[in-house]
Write a protein that binds this ligand. Sequence first.
Ligand SMILES: [Fe+2]
Length: 164
Amino acid sequence: MTDDAVAVIAGLFASEGAADYLGEPAGDALIAAALLHDVGHFAGTLSGRDLMRGTDNRHAESGASWLARWFGEEVTEPVRLHVAAKRYLCATEPGYAAVLSPASVYTLRVQGGPMQGAELAEFEAGRYSAAAIRVRRWDDAAKDPRAQVPPFEHFVPVLLALAR
Ligand SMILES: [Fe+2]
């Protein structure tokens, strides 16, 4: 490889586009959605325990409704769609199901299994489907017990800026 090629590639990696891609920066709304996406397990009438016992607690919907008291749809819609995003990815992305945690595989069945037919186009057409898929992928990637994560306080300014 010539020095030229190295310089060109180094330039690409230093570009704004690469920084976006490599760091996957998200807007505050999506960060809040990712942080809060499972709040329905605690805020809804049916808990996460009910879900693990085989009753769909519809935590995506209950969580989104609960959050709507303070947050706009840019936060609540990715939350509402995060289970749909899992069902969508299982139907459309070869190999996706293999990255799911055992708990997610189990709950997928309770939540209706992979999407089929008209549901797929409906999900794709939604304004927040891409945002929900990002939240979903972060969630899948975050199930690492050794991961170092900031404490809740770290996110408080983001939440305060978004809440109304
Ligand atoms: Fe969830």
